[in-house]
Ligand binder design. Structure first.
Ligand code: UDX
Length: 475
C-alpha cells in the first residue's frame, strides 16, 4: 500500500465526469478550457478581463494559434463551454478547478510574480462550499503548492477538505491544441489518493489514449516543469555556445548540429542554432528557477542557468554585429528590413522576442528599421511604437541595404532570392535563424551571413581534400 492509499481520503468518492472551471483564459487557460470541452466535459472559463471573456464567448480567440478558433467554435456549438467573470458562479459550478493564470517575471527581480496565482486560489477557496479539487497548472517556484495548501485551508469554509493538486502544462505555442489533446505525458502532483483519482477522472479521455502518466508529490510536479524548460533552454544555448566557437575557428555550426543530432543520445530537436530562445516561458522560467534555487540554498546546482541566459542574450548582440558588418561598419541611417517580430513562427507572441530585441538595438544604433511579421505586427507595434512596420514582405525589403531574417516564418523561408534581390538596394542578408538556403542566396548574388557559419561557402575542393585527409592511414 502506498503512502497515498493509506490517507484518510482514500475512501472518499470522486466525481467520474467532473464539471470543470478554468481560471485565467490566456494562452494556456483558453486552450485547456476549449480542449476539455472538446473532450466531452462541461467547462466554465473564468477571467477578470471582461474583454477577453466577451471575445471568447463570441467565438474569437484573442491570440494567434493555428487550429484553436475551429476548436472554440465546435466547443461553443456543443453547449459544453461557457465563459464568465464571476468567481461566485465558478465556485458553485466546478468539481475540478484548473488555475491557469500567468506567473510573469517580477518587475526589478528574476523571481516569478505570484500575485495572480495567490488571488485566484484565495478567490475560489473563500467561495467553495462543497468538496472540490483545486488544480494548479501555472508554472510556479518549488514550494508554492505547499504554501497554497496552507493558504487555501485558512481561507476556505471547508478547511483542509478543499484539496489542492498540481498538473504542470507543457504546451508549445503554435502546437497548443495538439499538445493539449495528445500530450507526451501527464504529470499529477497530489497529496492524497482522492486527488489522484479525481484527476484521473478529469483526464480520462487522454489517459485512455495511452498517454504516459507520472503521479508525484506536489514539489516534484512543480519541479518537472521548470526542469524541462531549463533543459530545453540549455540545449539551445549549448549549440549557440558552439556557434561562438565556430565563429572563432571558421567551423560551421549547422554541420556541427547535424552531426551531433545523429547521435540518438543527443538528438536533433532543440539543437537549432541561431538567434536563440525567447517567449513567455523559457527566459522567465530559467531566471525564476535560479532565483528560487538560491533561496533554497542550492543556487550552485543551477548556477549554469545564468550562463545559459547570457549565451542566449549574446546571440542578439552578435546578430546586430553581423548586420553592422554587412552595412559597412556603421548603422547610422542604414535601411534594414527586419523579417519577423514574434519569438517564433506560428505565433503572434512578442514577449521577450529575440527578433524585436534585435530590431530595437538596430534602431538605437541609428538604423532605419522596417519590421514585418505575418501575424505579430500589431503586438510588436504596441511594444515598440517607434519602429516602422510594413504590411508585406515586399514592402519591408523595398530599398533595404541589409535584410535580417529574425523569425523563420515559412513565408520567408520560401521567398525567391532572385525576386527579393530586385527589390532591395543591396543584396545583403543575415539569416538569424539558419532558415534559408545559403547556396541559393549566394547564387543569386547575395552576401549571405549566419551566426556560426563561415562568411564564404566551403568549397567542394576543400570538402574533398578534407575527406581525403580523413581517409589517409594514421601513419
Ligand atoms: C516552451 C516549451 O517548449 C513548452 O514545453 C512549455 O510548456 C512552454 O515553453 P514555447 O515557449 O511555446 O514552449 O516555445 P518553444 O517551441 O519551446 O521555443 C522557445 C524558443 O526557443 C523560441 O524562441 C524558438 O525560436 C527557440 N528555439 C527552439 C531555438 O532557438 N532553437 C531550437 O532548436 C528550438
Amino acid at each position: 500500500m502506498s503512502i497515498l492509499e493509506s490517507t484518510p481520503t482514500s475512501a472518499t468518492p470522486v466525481v467520474e465526469h467532473p464539471k470543470m472551471t478554468v481560471i485565467g483564459t490566456g494562452y494556456l487557460g483558453a486552450t485547456h478550457a476549449i480542449c476539455m470541452a472538446i473532450l466531452g466535459f462541461e467547462v466554465l472559463g473564468v477571467d477578470v478581463d471582461q474583454k477577453k471573456i466577451d471575445q471568447l464567448s463570441a467565438g474569437v480567440v484573442p491570440f494567434f494559434e493555428p487550429g484553436l478558433p475551429e476548436k472554440l467554435a465546435a466547443a461553443l456549438a456543443s453547449g459544453r463551454l461557457r465563459f464568465t467573470t464571476s468567481f461566485d458562479e465558478a465556485a458553485g459550478f466546478g468539481d475540478v478547478h484548473f488555475i491557469c493564470v500567468g506567473t510573469p517575471q517580477s518587475k526589478g527581480s528574476d523571481a516569478a510574480d505570484l500575485t495572480f496565482v495567490d488571488s485566484a486560489f484565495t478567490a475560489l477557496a473563500s467561495r467553495i462550499t462543497r468538496k472540490a479539487l483545486l488544480v494548479g497548472k501555472s508554472t510556479v517556484p518549488i514550494g508554492t503548492a505547499e504554501r497554497l495548501t496552507a493558504l487555501v485551508a485558512e481561507t476556505s469554509p471547508l478547511g483542509a477538505e478543499l484539496e489542492l493538486a498540481w498538473n504542470p502544462e507543457f504546451l508549445r505555442e503554435g502546437f497548443a491544441v495538439q499538445d493539449t489533446l495528445h500530450p507526451d505525458r501527464l504529470v499529477f502532483g497530489v497529496a492524497s489518493s482522492w486527488a489522484e483519482r479525481q484527476l484521473r477522472a478529469a483526464f480520462r479521455p487522454i489517459l485512455n489514449d495511452e498517454t504516459p502518466l507520472v503521479v508525484a508529490d506536489l514539489a516534484t510536479a512543480e519541479l518537472v516543469k521548470v526542469a524541462a524548460n531549463s533543459f530545453l533552454a540549455t540545449k539551445i544555448s549549448y549549440i549557440n555556445a558552439m556557434a561562438e566557437v565556430c565563429e572563432a575557428t571558421g567551423a560551421d555550426v549547422n554541420l556541427l548540429a547535424i552531426a551531433l543530432g545523429h547521435d540518438a543520445r543527443i538528438g536533433s530537436r532543440f539543437l537549432k542554432p541561431g538567434l536563440g530562445f525567447g517567449g513567455g516561458c523559457l527566459p522567465k522560467d530559467i531566471r525564476a528557477f535560479k532565483h528560487r534555487a538560491e533561496q533554497l540554498g542550492v543556487g550552485q546546482a543551477v548556477a549554469f542557468l545564468g550562463e545559459v541566459d547570457a549565451i542566449n542574450l549574446r546571440r542578439r548582440s552578435r546578430t546586430v554585429d553581423l548586420i553592422r558588418e554587412l552595412a559597412g561598419g556603421d548603422l547610422t541611417g542604414v535601411r534594414v528590413a527586419a523579417l519577423g517580430a514574434a519569438f517564433k513562427p506560428n505565433s503572434d507572441d512578442v514577449r521577450d522576442a529575440p527578433a524585436l530585441d534585435v530590431a530595437r538595438m538596430l534602431y538605437l544604433e541609428g538604423a532605419s528599421v522596417v519590421v514585418y511579421d505575418p501575424e505579430a505586427n500589431e503586438n510588436a507595434h504596441r511594444a515598440y511604437p517607434d519602429l516602422d512596420y510594413a504590411d508585406s514582405l515586399a514592402e519591408a525589403v523595398d530599398g533595404a541595404q541589409v535584410v535580417a531574417l529574425l523569425t523563420e516564418w515559412d513565408q520567408f523561408r520560401v521567398a525567391d532570392p532572385v525576386v527579393l534581390g530586385e527589390l532591395v538596394a543591396s543584396k545583403n542578408i543575415v539569416d538569424g535563424r539558419h532558415a534559408l538556403d545559403a547556396d541559393l542566396y549566394r547564387a543569386a548574388g547575395w552576401e549571405y551571413r549566419a551566426l556560426g557559419r563561415p562568411s564564404k561557402p566551403v568549397t567542394v575542393a576543400l570538402i574533398e581534400s578534407t575527406r581525403d585527409s580523413v581517409a589517409l592511414p594514421a601513419s
